[in-house]
Write a protein that binds this ligand. Structure first.
Ligand code: 13P
Length: 338
């Protein structure tokens, strides 16, 4: 293991208040997003959409790295230039989602475990050779009646740590993503409790399996009220609950925390991140690794039409700039009007 290279990459991914663009939707998730928008779902349309994202002018001013899906890492621009080369030429770091999705956990209705450990070492070696320098694995935790169970949390934490250790052996920085879903009518307090339990379990496993904390990044959910809860916590309450939970659970040796957006609107995801940076001195870089909250305005603007590529790219560059400002506590709703 080249420890210093891992540390350098992990630091570079969260340097200068930049964040990550998660564009690693599986083909089936991408199809879902296209269908919602009335966009035809073909391999060529997915390629064209990913080309739009990757070639967005000035994206690298706010984004340090891009998380790709297996299909995308093998694709190229219309002129034949591999996406991986375009990303590196723009000064960004290519990454790859390597889990194979959350599957029902035997004997635990309503819970899942993420699969993909079998054969993972070889797949990671292949991605490294292709040029990827970091990876991502998402464990999914649902809050509901009697769940998550201790077993549901334990198996996901164990898999995340096994994945992370394999990544580091191969030279890829692991992004460890335990996502407590926003779905449900739970309170902010319940999300706080579950997120804390999950993060404790994850770091216990990471330590037990010898993962180098300095050479990884954490990609957690923010602590929020459930989407269907009648009482929605304020921006300030979400930021405070999130940071307090992370301070309890995440060692300062971890160089960065990069949030998922989890279904929050683009503007709310920026506002929450911004508030975390008000008057706080934090032990880690705290930034974004959003999928929908970065892409949705661009996807809507594009709508599958080549004539809309430029305006869609402007929408993506704008969201990225808003979130970079949020990482400095300098985001405000006036930025949306301009
Ligand atoms: P969202 O920001 O849309 O939650 O996506 C982030 C991600 O990478 C999910 O795994």
């Amino acid at each position: 293991m080249n420890t210093q290279a891992l540390i350098d990459t992990a630091k570079a991914l969260v340097a200068d208040n930049k964040g990550l663009l998660a564009m690693d939707e599986s083909s089936s998730t991408c199809r879902k997003r296209f269908v919602e928008q009335g966009i035809e779902d073909t391999e060529e349309m997915r390629r064209a959409y990913r080309e739009l994202l990757i070639t967005t002018p000035r994206l690298a001013e706010s984004v340090s790295g891009l998380i790709l899906f297996d299909e995308t890492i093998h694709q190229a621009k219309k002129d034949g230039t591999p996406f991986i080369d375009l990303i590196r030429q723009a000064g960004m770091i290519p990454g790859i989602k390597v889990d194979l999705g959350a599957k029902p956990l035997a004997g635990h209705p309503g819970e899942t475990v993420t699969e993909g450990l079998d054969g993972l070492r070889k797949r990671l070696e292949d991605y490294f050779k292709l040029g990827a320098r970091f990876a991502k694995w998402r464990g999914v935790i649902t809050i509901g009646d009697g769940i998550p169970s201790d077993a549901g949390i334990a198996v996901n934490a164990h898999a995340l740590a096994r994945y992370a250790a394999l990544c580091q052996e191969v030279g890829l920085v692991p992004i460890v993503e335990p996502e407590v879903l926003m779905d449900g009518n739970h309170s902010l307090a319940r999300c706080t409790e579950v997120t804390e339990q999950v993060l404790h379990a994850v770091f216990t496993e990471l330590n037990a399996q010898g993962v180098l904390l300095e050479g990884m990044l954490l990609k957690p959910n923010m602590v929020t009220s459930g989407t269907d809860s009648a009482e929605q916590a304020s921006v300030e309450a979400v930021a405070a609950a999130t940071i307090n939970t992370l301070l309890l659970c995440v060692p300062a040796a971890v160089p960065g925390i990069a949030f998922l957006s989890g279904g929050q609107s683009a503007e709310l995801a920026s506002a929450h991140l911004n508030d975390m940076h008000q008057g706080r001195s934090l032990p880690w870089a705290v930034t974004f690794s959003y999928g929908r909250a970065l892409q949705q305005p661009a996807l809507s603007a594009w709508n599958g039409e080549p004539a809309n590529v430029e305006v869609a790219q402007q929408a993506l560059a704008h969201r990225a700039a808003c979130n970079r400002a949020a990482c400095q506590g300098a985001y405000n709703t006036g930025m949306e009007r301009s």
